[in-house]
Structure formats: C-alpha cells, structure tokens
Ligand binder design. Sequence first.
Ligand code: ADP
Ligand code: ZN
Length: 604
Amino acid sequence: MGHEWIPGADPRAVLREVFGYEVFRPLQREIIEHVVGGGDAFVLMPTGGGKSLCYQVPALVRPGTAVVVSPLISLMKDQVDALVANGVAAAFYNSSMEESEARRTLARLHAGELDLLYVAPERLMTDSFLARLRTLPLALFAVDEAHCVSQWGHDFRPEYIALGRLRELFPGVPLIALTATADETTRADVIEKLGLRGAALFAGGFDRPNIRFTVVAKSAPAEQLLAFLRARRGDSGIVYCLSRKRTEDVAARLTTAGIAAAAYHAGLPAAERTRVQEAFLRDEIEVVVATVAFGMGIDKPDVRFVVHHDMPKNIEGYYQEIGRAGRDGMPAEALLLFGMQDVVTAHRLVESGSDPVQVRVEQHKLSAMVAFAESLTCRRRALLAYFGEMLGHDCGNCDVCLDPPERYDGTEHARKALSCVYRVGQRFGARYIVDVLRGAGTARIRELGHDRLSTYGIGADLSADAWLSVIRQLVHGGFLRQDIAEYSVLKLTAAASALLRGERRLDLAVHRAAVRPHPAKQARLTADGRAVDDALFGRLRALRRRLADEQGVPAYVVFSDATLAAMAAVRPQTADELLRVSGVGRVKLARYGAAFLAALTGGG
Ligand code: ADP
Ligand code: ZN
C-alpha cells in the first residue's frame, strides 16, 4: 500500500493528509525541517509534547526507511498499530515475533516497502543486521527514550550503550535522539554517548498547561479517592501508591465499589501485568492502581487523571507520573493527597539508605517535594521554577490559582528574609534563616556570631511556619534559589536585588495550613476550549470501542479522545467537514468516516 497519495515532500501536507492535524505543535516544524534537511537533532520535550511526529513526518518525507530504536516491545507494537491505522507502512522487528513473521518483515524491508521499522537496540546492533542496513537506503535513525543510554538517567539500559556506534557507521544518515528527561548531566552524557556533538539541540518548555494540579490534605483517603473517582466514571486514570500492598488494597476497595480497577506492581506475574496493561489500553479497566513500575510502557494518550494516593519522593518522579495524563492535549487532572504522616514515612525511607551522599541528595529532593505540596503560590510556577523555567504569570489552572489564599503586602517580610540570607553569607538553609530571623538562642547561632547580625530577631512577629512559608514563596517566585547539590543552601537571585533596594513591592499569601477536601470535576472541553456534548461524546466513544475491538487494537488507535471531543463539539455532517476535524486523515476517513458520520447525523 505505501503512501502514494502524499502530495510531494511537504511536511505540512504529511501532517494534514496522514495524521489529520492542522498545525504543528511548538518546535515540531523546526525539528522536522532540520531532520528532513539531513541534520542530526537532540530533542528534549515533555511527555505528551508530540515527539513521535518529529521523526515520523521526516520518515515519510525523506526517501528510504526510517529505523526507530525503542526500548519497550509493548510500546513498539502500539506505535506501529497507530501508524498502520493512518495508512503508513510501518512494522517492528524484535524478539517477540514468530520466525515466519520476522522473515516477512525483513523481506518488506529489503523490497523498500517500509517507511518505518521499529527495532530493539540489541537486535539493531548485531553485525548481521547492521550489514543488512548498509545495503539499504535509510531515511533516518531515531533513538526514542534516549536517556536510557546514560547511567545518570533514571532508566539506564546497558543495551543502549552499543548505539554509540551508529553515528560512525552511517555517516550520511541523520540521527535524531529524543527524551523527556531534563537534567543537565544526563543530557550532556546522552549527547556524548551517541556521538551527537554536532547535533542541533531542541529543548521544549516543560509546562503541560492542560493538566490541572490539585493538592488536598489527606484526611480519609479511601473516601476522598472514591468521591473523586465517582465524579469521573468512564474516564481512564492511574492511582499511584508507594507500596505494592497498598495498590492491592486500594484496587480491591474500588472494585467492591463497582469501579473497574486493577492493581499493578513489579511483584505481579508478567502475564497479569500484561493483562492489566492491555485491558487498560482497551478501556476495559478504568483505573489502574499502581506503584511507579507502571507507566513507562504506557503510551495511552487519553489518561484523564493521575492521583497520588501517597506523596512521591521527589518532584522529578511526581512530574513524570502526572505527565502520563492528558497527552492528547485535552483537559486532565493531577491530584495529590498530601498527609504529614507520608512526609515522616518518606523521610525514614530516605534516611535508611546506605550511601550518605545519596541520602543527602534524596533528603533535599524530598524537601522540595514537600515545599511544592505546601505551596501557597501558583503550583505550576513552583514546579517549573524547580526545573529552572520561569513562568511569567500565574497559571489559572491549579488549586491555588482557582481558590487563592488571602494575600497581603509582604514586601517587608520578603526584605527581612532576603537580607538575612545575605547577612549569613548565602551559606545556610531555610530553617537556620528562620531561627536567625526569630532570634532563636541556639548554640550554633552564637558560635557563628549570627546573634550580632542586624537581622537577628527582626522577625519575632511571625511563627516559624509562617516564615518558612514566606521563604518558600520567595523560592517559588524566583527571588531565592535553593541549591540541592549544596545542602539546599539559600542563595539570592538577580531578581532579589530590586526588592532589597526597595525598588519594588511584593504580595505574599497569608500562611494557611488547610486545603479543600476534593476538587470538582471540570466540564469536558475540546483542546481549543469548546464545549462538548457529553451524550454525543459517549455515543462516539462506544462506537470507537466497538470498531477497536473488532480490529483488536486499543481504542485510541481508531481516534483519540481529543478527536472525538472535537467531533462532538463541531458535529460535522459531511465527509469534507469530518476531514477538517483534527486527527482525521485520509485513511481514517476512508476506514471509519461512514460509521462516525452515521452516529453524528443521528443515523447510528
Ligand atoms: P510524546 O512521545 O512526546 O510523549 P506523542 O508523540 O505520543 O508524545 O504525542 C502525544 C499526543 O499528541 C498523541 O496523541 C499525538 O497524536 C498528539 N499530537 C502530536 N502532534 C500533534 C499535532 N501537531 N496536533 C495535534 N495532535 C498532536
Ligand atoms: Zn496556578
């Protein structure tokens, strides 16, 4: 079949005709043009940012086959299913295949019939396979989840190391490496290991504006969770717990309450894990209750919510887990149940580590997580600040923005705190600063002579908790920086000087401990904010489910939630109108158009 109807080699036309999307997401166009032009690229984008199209479109535009390296066999199959549904000649080659199927795939590869071939790294890097590839025209190499090549990343895979030879072995073929892992050390290491020093770097912002952040005080978690889930029946979601035992308890309780839930953790037999994963993809399970082991192999774009039943140990993990919600760009929710007991447990867990350096790093990461949960300013600003990104405004889509705490002119308090940080030489953490401000008579303060500072005891009017809150707000607002590599010592940023010189004022939130019991459900909206007819959306979902089951593919391979929502908002009545809906390309129109038009025009 191939893609004979692609008009020329225009990425925009491929986006529209094959994938049915009207516009590129941020950075996609630049990356695609660069790779189509033959350049190497290193792509850093958050989960759900749209990395796949960055190599799939060039794969279709450039002559030859694109070879995509992917770490997980389950992901490969899903990606290939989704491409085939769009009429793209794609296949995978890995150890899960029957001998005959493998031979057929290789034959298609040699006949030049494949636009994309997904392959596991250990297969790709065998001498025989490399020799094969050298005789064939190749469009590009794409290394997905590229952080797996680095020992510094959170998911090192030894078989990725060999990929370092690709750049030398195929000098004329562009190589694009993609990851969602932000941290500098890992990034530099990946570039080094893959020989990508000459590659263009494309780093997208880390914000996921469609995810609503909510933190609630954990009082009665079982009831809180049920109330939240009952208001969201029919939506897919993940509930993360810290222990295997708890995932099983919670899943059992939800099942008793009539919710299609299942537990997932690394201690379950492989067959059970596969069953849960597949049933979730097919929307037969609504809620997976999991430890962090769940997610890496899940490419489901329509996960509508992620709940943290227990607080994660660090912001990196938290952000990666909530990143699994709303990859389709539709409104999604991240709910964190935050309890003081969790903080104590987490501290104990971290402190039981044997490597003192590791323990120290983890303690500081944990403190940052707690600070986020206790934040009184926009949570998105707090999160992005942690990743070194400054959002210039409040987000309007987190619990703090939606139900803001009372505010006051905090200029005086801010200045006191900042000058105290300065006076102690920017060498101390938050608790010490608070002690100095409140004039605590500790031996350490006296030894260091800090009881003679002008800022000693100037803050006796606020409680220690209230001062900690002021300091957190200054960190989240970008006036103070907390150096995690250096005992979370507080340092002034450039932004602090205007405040210290009295050239600007600053509003702060009044410290408040309590948070609301649980968030209300949002109205269903399309990705561009139009209201969706819920009943029609439900009928379209049922139709999608039927078609997907007939073909044995996950529901989203037929159409994503975003596409169904757009249909339910716009109500197209003709094939041409349906084609204009985002996510409807030529092949899907031919395959599913009639069935969906019948449902949309009331005939189905
Ligand atoms: P990532 O690999 O970065 O996590 P994906 O490539 O899986 O993200 O893309 C996430 C979702 O966004 C998918 O459902 C994809 O089809 C959709 N998507 C990607 N690019 C676009 C676009 N330009 N317009 C609309 N939807 C897009
Ligand atoms: Zn906000």
